[in-house]
Design a protein around this ligand. Structure first.
Ligand code: GTP
Ligand code: MG
Length: 200
């Protein structure tokens, strides 16, 4: 009887944990975005942008949205650090790919790094949220334009969305996180990862 009630209690009150990888080339704004997420969802003051340095290791952030616990993994995007990304693929439920929408000169690098991410077997079926970041700058291009530049093929099977955001003023972030949570809850990949986790 106790175990039945405990099982029911767990079903009702336990939250599903999702791992979200934040990727993108160097200076795209990944860590600034992570600090903004903490500020928006935890009411904590995030690190001010001028205190954020290029990432070499891993930054972790945790937030809760509705019934979901999100764990963000933010990695460094410098060319020599990108080979580390794949070590996190197997455990990731979804990917946020950040693009500096104010730096067209770097779109090509951003596109080829993303194509490599999407080709990797270990990330099969992971929902993809592509953020056209730095929208607070007047010269930043729109999410539609970023989508045109990236010109991604073979996305049909994958849940994906492009969104215009700013890690400085926070615009677009909550809406895209809502989309991501919904996508992860619906995704077959989450089901697959769940079935691999031994029951507690
Ligand atoms: N205007 C503007 N600048 C931003 C925004 N987000 C980040 N930046 C600036 O862009 C630069 C890079 O930001 P980071 O957050 O360190 O970028 P990153 O993607 O984490 O870089 P790596 O850790 O090297 O991969 C910094 O000078 C930030 O202040 C934004 O939304 N708007
Ligand atoms: Mg960083």
């Amino acid at each position: 009887m106790f175990s039945l009630m405990y099982g029911f209690w767990k079903y009702m009150f336990s939250k599903t944990e999702f791992h979200v990888l934040i990727l993108g080339i160097d200076k795209a704004g990944k860590t600034t975005l992570l600090e903004k997420l903490k500020e928006l969802y935890l009411n904590l003051e995030g690190l001010p942008p001028d205190r954020i340095v290029p990432t070499v290791g891993l930054n972790i952030g945790r937030i809760e949205v509705g019934n979901a616990k999100l764990v963000f993994w933010d990695l460094g995007g410098q060319p020599g650090l990108r080979s580390i990304w794949e070590k996190y693929y197997e455990e990731a439920h979804a990917v946020i790919y950040v693009v500096d929408a104010n730096a067209p000169a770097r779109f090509e690098d951003s596109k080829s790094a993303l194509e490599k991410v999407l080709r990797h077997q270990d990330l099969q079926g992971a929902p993809l949220l592509i953020l056209a970041n730095k929208q607070d700058l007047a010269s930043a291009v729109s999410a539609e334009e970023v989508a045109r530049y990236l010109d991604l093929k073979k996305l049909d099977e994958r849940l994906y969305m492009f969104e215009a955001v700013s890690g400085f003023d926070g615009r677009g972030i909550k809406g895209s996180v809502d989309w991501l949570v919904d996508a992860m809850e619906r995704s077959k990949r989450s089901e697959m990862l769940r079935s691999r986790t031994p029951a507690a």
